[in-house]
Design a protein around this ligand. Structure first.
Ligand code: THU
Length: 146
């Protein structure tokens, strides 16, 4: 686990918000519910849950729901995201973001600064930097002319 994380009280608040969002997860096909909370640089918290679909591929992860909600409301600078989950067996484990969500984070977040909090529940979490989970990631900077 990386050393860098956000303030402990704030991390706990994010776990609480992500857990609230988990209750709204729409996951009738996998039974795997996910909740996310996203902290903006201004200190606001946006939440998201996974939303599945009978056609499967249109389904959306909790992390992207939170990012898209925030960006659609004018927020584009983020400090951290927190992810919680509840499996079909009602168990909780550390749930790492999928590759597509990591790529979406690359679009808006500094990989050296953005913190990803994987939480099992209150007081039980691990922190990573985006650059640890997405090494050599491709982002907007790669498209700039040198
Ligand atoms: N899922 C998320 O929402 N976030 C993750 O980090 C991993 C996977 C969702 C997608 C799908 O609805 C379900 O969990 C099973 O993959």
């Amino acid at each position: 686990m990386g050393e860098k994380c956000i303030d402990k009280l704030l991390a706990e608040q994010m776990i609480e918000k992500a857990t609230e969002a988990l209750a709204y997860a729409y996951a009738p096909y996998s039974g795997f519910k996910v909740g996310a909370s996203l902290l903006t640089s201004a200190g606001e918290i946006y939440t998201g849950c996974n939303i599945e679909n009978a056609a499967y591929s249109p389904g959306n992860c909790a992390e992207r729901t939170a990012v898209f909600k925030a960006v659609s409301e004018g927020q584009k600078e983020f400090k951290a995201i927190c992810i919680v989950n509840e499996g079909p067996d009602h168990g909780h484990d550390y749930c790492a973001p999928c590759g597509v969500c990591r790529q979406v984070m690359m679009e808006f977040c500094d990989p050296e600064e953005f913190v990803i909090i994987l939480a099992k529940g209150a007081g039980d979490y691990r922190c990573y930097l985006l650059e640890e989970l997405q090494p050599l990631g491709f982002g907007p900077g790669n498209l700039k002319k040198s």
